[in-house]
Design a protein around this ligand. Structure first.
Ligand SMILES: Cc1cc2nc3c(=O)[nH]c(=O)nc-3n(C[C@H](O)[C@H](O)[C@H](O)COP(=O)(O)O)c2cc1C
Length: 186
């Protein structure tokens, strides 16, 4: 068993250990314009309805676009798009058309008006389900109403953010502990 030596750690930095879900690109549309932002702070909240909580800073252009249109698409990019994912997070839709700047292809949403990003491995069309946490936490609760996922590869190499410019790319995959789950917990 591990016997780590530990030291005090700034509570503001616990994100560096808790955060690494896949980095996603959130696309939105409002009044004929579309936009994309990079997002690391998201959380699965329920199976059915399929709910996902997302923190979108009110300083971001996407904030009002999502709030007003009440929709977005959560797109899951793979490692080959990592540089683009960072660059998208380092500019604002206020100043640039990110689909054009980054040569990404918008695909019209079917269940929502926001466009999906063709080059991403998965696209989850979302409707805003609950805004009660927006004012206090900038937290939007979305319901995924349509999902499209690439048929191959089966396990995508996703990008995970550790904070402070450090990333992790998904790596070894195993089913080694699968038998330990109760079937209903899988
Ligand atoms: C790796 C990474 C993760 C990010 N995660 C978030 C996030 O979870 N929430 C957020 O509001 N902004 C996040 N950002 C910042 C936004 O992506 C950035 O402010 C973006 O440029 C906003 O674009 P917009 O003004 O066009 O909406 C992240 C940026 C990067 C590079």
């Amino acid at each position: 068993m591990n016997n780590y030596t530990k030291k005090d750690f700034p509570v503001a930095n616990v994100r560096r250990l808790l955060e690494p879900g896949p980095i996603v690109l959130v696309s939105s549309a409002w009044k004929g314009k579309s936009n994309i932002m990079t997002m690391g702070w998201h959380m699965v909240m329920e199976f059915q309805p399929s709910l996902v909580g997302c923190i979108v800073s009110s300083a971001n252009h996407s904030f009002e676009m999502i709030r007003k249109s009440r929709a977005c698409v959560i797109n899951v990019p793979t490692a080959d798009l990592a540089a683009t994912v960072v660059d998208i997070g380092n500019c604002s839709g206020r100043d640039v058309d990110k689909f054009e700047k980054f040569s990404l292809t918008p695909e019209p949403g079917v269940a929502v008006r926001a466009p999906a990003i063709r080059e991403c491995y998965a696209n989850f069309e979302c409707r805003l389900a609950d805004t009660r946490m927006v004012r206090k936490y900038n937290m939007f609760i979305f319901e995924v109403v349509r999902a499209r996922v690439a048929t191959a590869p089966k396990l995508p190499k996703t990008i995970h953010y550790r904070g402070d410019g450090e990333f992790m790319l998904s790596g070894a995959e195993t089913r080694k502990w699968r038998k330990r789950f109760r079937p209903e917990m899988l």
